[in-house]
Design a protein around this ligand. Structure first.
Ligand code: FAD
Length: 345
């Protein structure tokens, strides 16, 4: 039985039906793609399969043709490419104008970007101009039976997980933080279609100029988001000096030290080490939580770690609900013993 629709609803559905395809924006810096872009191709592939559409990598930059091969290896069916000198460095206006132009032309149904500085900037600007919705910092993505993108993210200070959809606008846009989605398998030699695009922009019409780029890579602090082993400390550590216990274990394991927000707020660790909703999302092989209670805002940042080891003297602490191994005890006894044991191995 065909559903009776009023004319306005019919018109809306016909308009939405013009949009097809899943796009992933490939963020790159000097020709090197951000890992989150490949992670998004992984989840994008699943969404495209459910929708029965193609997965496209949107590549914008200068001398970036080589990224097509990589995008195909990570699952893209095609690459939509804008390769011009004005796109050498990321600048909001030219990138926004270019993406809006391509969206208008190709009408993708879904666009995913990394919740990085660049992705957050670009996604917000594009969504505003093409007049659609955007869900930031998603932790889960799926498709419902009406082709809507179900976008799950923590809401109300992390106390609930909200599933948001944008059922009356297209494209449906979401950003996802690095390390939230699993890396897809790389299949070198995979083939795809390259769609070379053009977008005319004169350098003199672009007001912003990049004068200097200062990288924080390899500088003052370590990027915990990419670490395979993290030894993390919370309020249970009592003070800054006691973090030495975590450093000792981390050194033995070849890992890095992370922290809860309480420890960061107390000034025991820099904010760059904070794990959680307002810190970093991590997905290490081993996450050792020491004196951390396991508040939801902390859990959303580390619960996808392969193995979670929790040390806490309170057997009821919520961290034990996500722990693979739990040690109920005083961390000031457990940690030195653990470090000694690892040293002996
Ligand atoms: P506590 O909750 O105080 O836990 C300390 C734990 O240490 C306790 O479980 C205790 O049993 C244990 N302990 C104490 N002494 C010992 C000992 N000697 N041996 C063993 N165990 C011991 N938090 C984050 O971590 N990251 C975020 O990104 C984040 N974002 C937030 C965003 C918002 C909007 C809000 C509202 C909150 C956010 N929080 C975040 C804060 C979060 O709600 C918690 O307050 C915080 O995670 C608690 O840190 P904690 O586990 O170190 O401290």
């Amino acid at each position: 039985v065909e559903e009776e629709l009023d004319p306005a609803e019919k018109e809306l559905r016909a308009k939405l039906a013009q949009y097809r395809g899943v796009w992933v924006f490939i963020e790159q810096y000097q020709g090197e793609a951000a890992k989150v872009s490949w992670e998004l191709l992984g989840v994008g592939k699943e969404l495209a399969a459910t929708l029965g559409v193609k997965l496209s990598a949107l590549i914008i930059g200068h001398e970036v043709a080589h990224l097509c091969e990589e995008a195909f290896a990570y699952g893209a069916d095609q690459a939509v490419v804008l390769d011009e000198s004005v796109f050498k460095d990321y600048r909001t206006k030219p990138f926004t104008d270019a993406v809006c132009h391509l969206v208008e032309k190709h009408k993708p149904e879904v666009i995913l970007m990394g919740a990085t500085g660049q992705g957050r900037d670009l996604a917000g600007a594009v969504a505003t101009i093409v007049k659609t919705g955007l869900t930031a910092d998603c932790t889960g993505l799926g498709i419902d039976d009406k082709r809507n993108l179900m976008q799950t993210r923590p809401a109300f200070g992390g106390n609930i997980m909200a599933t948001i959809m944008c059922d009356r606008f297209r494209p449906q846009m979401a950003t996802v933080r690095p390390h939230v989605m699993a890396m897809p398998e790389r299949k070198d030699g995979s083939k795809g279609v390259v769609i070379l695009e053009q977008f005319y922009l004169r350098e003199q019409d672009i007001l912003a100029k990049v004068i200097e780029t200062i990288s924080d890579k390899g500088g003052a602090d370590i990027d915990i988001a990419g670490a395979e082993i993290i030894v993390s400390g919370g309020r249970g550590l009592m003070n800054k000096d006691n973090f030495a216990l975590l450093h000792e274990l981390a050194v033995e394991l070849g890992g890095v030290v992370g922290a809860s927000r309480s420890a960061v707020d107390a000034g025991w660790m820099p904010h760059s080490r904070q794990v959680g909703q307002t810190g970093k999302t991590v997905r290490p092989k081993i996450y050792i939580a020491c004196g951390i209670s396991g508040a939801i805002q902390h859990l959303v940042g580390m619960q996808d770690s392969d193995v979670v080891i929790a040390i806490n003297r309170d057997a009821e602490a919520p961290i034990f609900q996500v722990a693979t191994y739990g040690i109920v005890g005083d961390l000031f006894q457990v940690l030195p013993a653990l470090t000694r044991r690892v040293r002996e191995m």
